[in-house]
Design a protein around this ligand. Sequence first.
Ligand code: SF4
Ligand code: SF4
Length: 438
Amino acid sequence: MSKIRSFKGGMHPEYDGKELTAGCSVVDAPLFEKYYVILAENAGRPPKPCVAKGDKVCKYQQIAEADGFVSAHLHAPVSGTVEGIVEVPGPMGGNVQAVVIASDGEERGEPPFECWENWQEKSGGELMTRIREAGIVGMGGAAFPSHVKLSVPPGKKVDTLIINGAECEPYLTADHRLMAELPRKIVIGAAIMGKIINVSNIVIGVEENKPDAIAALEAACAGTSVRVQVLAARYPQGAEKQLIYAVTGRSVPSGGLPFDAGCVVQNTGSAAAVYDAVLLGIPLIERVVTVSGEAVKRPGNFRLRIGTPVIEAVKLAGGITEEPGKLILGGPMMGFAQRSFDVPIAKNTSGVLLLPPGRALNFSSAPCIRCGRCVEVCPMKLTPCLLCAAIEGGRFDLALKGHVMDCLECGACAYVCPSRRPLVQQFRRAKSELRKKK
Ligand code: SF4
Ligand code: SF4
């Protein structure tokens, strides 16, 4: 096995909650009555609906068309009737529009694309078009359309494709189970993307705390140009810049993109979705989601269709043991707290967490004691305590000089802060104010 690699800074939480679900095989969810497919779920422009109230739709049918290049198509997760386009709670706050489909329970519909088992004979352009047609986005982060991430700008030279299998957030094990159970899909999906961007250095980065996934991927890599790089279990190993540094030793410059370090980064779920789209001809309509936390009766990993209401996912996991202190979509560090169980699963929903009041991270207004712990763990080499003080004093100019725009919002500083300062909230506020001034 090659040397275990990592980045500078970061931390590993004393308790990461992964043992609740790490051994739970992925269970296919049954059909539910209704699905709420959010229109604005990808980064970029929301797609335009191409169905209307009363329309009958087949499973896999396109229901919304990408609006421009930085946008992604949406497809029906079930066959049934479109009940309308309504407002629902959005995973990132506020209300968003969603296409509501009432399932007819018939599962009518065939995969819409030709199966390309001979994908090696297809051109990079043909494979890229397929990824775009299938509505594939980054399934671990901001849901950036995958075809955009694979479009290397003129003048940039890329030599490495990294598949992000770090899954460093506490509690989440969806990628872990996907890698352990369907490693071939990820390896072939990675090789397809490698062909598109014309690189032969294709690396799947996995944290060392997933030995079964590492073994399965290494076996699946045999005879291919894809290899596995074992990474230290250290938060936030899965952040793009930290992952690129750990795998290649290269730094992405301040304000830069992975292209600037010669890399493209894609998520494991997206790699599996590329396999499905190219070899099986099916668009992205489902994903693996970890439903966990100490307030859930039977935590587990479930294959849920996009648009499944969170309440159904929670019922699938046996319901709640006690009134949760917090409902979070994603991980506890970078995920988003929710106000309603009606929020639907989106393409980038990696987890549904129900944490009891004692486990949810709450913030206080206790003063900073200048202990420096936040500085030690910041993977971007920022000075969180000083940034926070500047923002609280209204000095956004000082925060800008202190590189607040480089903050990953990873929450490592807030996690170790003994005064429980609301650091990330302040950084988000400053970034939003500074963006408005641009
Ligand atoms: S300042 Fe930003 S990047 Fe640094 S630890 Fe805090 S949240 Fe993470
Ligand atoms: S960890 Fe908290 S208390 Fe310590 S220096 Fe940073 S902000 Fe201040």
